[in-house]
Write a protein that binds this ligand. Structure first.
Ligand code: CTP
Length: 405
């Protein structure tokens, strides 16, 4: 069960050409288990048909204050009460002005005024309209009411102009919606996460590495942010975008990763080492490409620093030491090896994962892990998405924080 299962989302669509984009958001929300109800302004109905939104949401679409078929109900009050989150997207300059000034001149703005729950606003408009001091002042006003505003992207707009005003991407909206529902047990925490592989070069074009994609570490970073933490992600080379609101530092080798971890250590209250760090590096990096022609070639390797072990030695000397969470990537003797690393590296928690199989380990979107903590607790987490697995890890970290502080 994800954070979004059975959540009731009320989607308010206003008059902007970007209205067609949110049709896809409705499908994505339903795939995640949400119940979606759509409210459209008159102008929105000129850009996209209520029939399309009804078919995609699986629910009747509301467009008017006075429902002819059920005159005894007051739709703006019942709709305002019945949802968990109101998302206004795309939000036009006109609707934002109404929200800022408490104008209730259509069903959507009336619901917003009658709603006491969280409201997420995604502006989309011409860039001159967006940058106009009136719109900026209205956005500042609705933020002061506690509404969350997702800034529009910059780019070429439907009107042909370049600039800010393009409806933000679904991934940013998804993160904001998850943030609205995530427990906030990491508020005030400064979380340092490492993710992805490291690359150890032996000439300018070749390196030793491993198949880590960084998905588990990035899921931990995104979910920690959703739970209210300040997050720094030190990442080896991956194809993934930095999660919204996360500070990312990109590194290549284990030695670079070690230097960045040590730089960020002072302020960290929780450190999670999800990176697949190469244990060895070539003793020498050739300055030029090694040419073929020799019958065989041997490579001398030297050990890389064990970053986590070093942290375990350092941090436990200070009373305000961060919680230390490691991973154990194993193909056999999983629990035995996990318990050994927990002890040897002086960790608070270790996440043991199986690197074999297609459903777990490198590159998979799912994981099946066992959590072992320093107090002897053991939790088997079933096969889940890496995002849900990350939440289970943060739940366990939350329990440890309560025990240890
Ligand atoms: N780790 C690290 N620095 C290294 C190697 C590993 O910080 N040079 C961290 C990993 O990020 C992970 C934990 O140590 O959190 C365990 O890594 P893993 O690869 O499972 O084990 P190793 O310590 O490398 O031991 P082995 O190779 O014997 O399994």
């Amino acid at each position: 069960m994800s954070l979004l299962t059975d959540k009731k989302i009320l989607l308010g669509i206003t008059g902007s050409i970007a209205a067609y984009k949110v049709a896809d958001w409705v499908r994505a929300l339903r795939r995640e288990g949400c119940q979606v109800t759509v409210v459209m302004t008159e102008a929105a109905c000129r850009f996209i048909s209520p029939l399309t939104m009804a078919a995609l949401s699986g629910n009747p679409v509301h467009t008017t204050m006075f429902a002819a078929e059920a005159p005894e109900t007051i739709p703006h009050i019942s709709l305002a009460r019945e949802h968990d989150l109101l998302v206004v997207a795309p939000a036009s300059a006109q609707t934002i002005a109404c929200l800022a000034h408490g104008l209730a001149d259509n069903l959507l703005t009336t619901i917003a005024l009658a709603s006491s729950g969280p409201i997420l606003v995604c502006p989309a408009m011409n860039s001159v309209m967006f940058q106009h001091p009136a719109t900026q002042a209205n956005l500042a006003t609705i933020k002061s009411y506690g509404y969350q505003v997702l800034e529009p992207d910059c780019g070429t707009l439907a009107c042909g102009e370049e600039g800010p005003g393009r409806l933000t991407d679904w991934e940013n909206v998804r993160q904001a919606i998850l943030t609205a529902f995530a427990p906030k047990n990491l508020a005030n925490e400064n979380v340092l996460i490492t993710a992805g592989p490291t690359r150890e070069a032996f000439d300018p074009v070749r390196f030793l590495s491993n198949p880590s994609t960084g998905k588990m570490g990035y899921a931990l970073a995104a979910t920690a942010r959703q739970r209210g933490a300040t997050v720094t992600l030190i990442s080896g080379p991956t194809a993934l975008a930095a999660p919204p609101g996360v500070r990312r530092i990109q590194v290549t080798s284990a030695v670079e990763m070690q230097a960045e971890v040590m730089n960020c250590l002072d302020t960290a209250t929780i450190v999670v080492k999800a990176a697949a760090v190469s244990d060895y590096r070539p003793a020498k990096k050739e300055p030029h490409k090694v040419k073929k022609g020799q019958a065989s070639l041997s490579l001398t390797l030297v050990a890389n620093p064990d970053i986590l072990k070093e942290l375990g030695k350092r941090t436990k000397k200070s009373p305000k030491s961060p919680l230390l969470i490691g991973f154990a990537a194993e193909s056999r003797d999983h629990l035995k090896e996990g318990a050994r690393k927990l002890k040897e590296k002086n960790l608070d928690l270790i996440v043991v994962n199986d690197i074999g199989g297609t459903e777990t380990g490198f590159g998979a979107d799912t994981n099946r892990v066992t959590l072992l903590d320093r107090n002897g607790a053991q939790e088997e987490v079933p096969l889940l998405s890496k995002e849900e697995t990350a939440h289970r890890i943060w739940d366990a970290v939350g329990r440890l924080m309560t025990d240890n502080r």
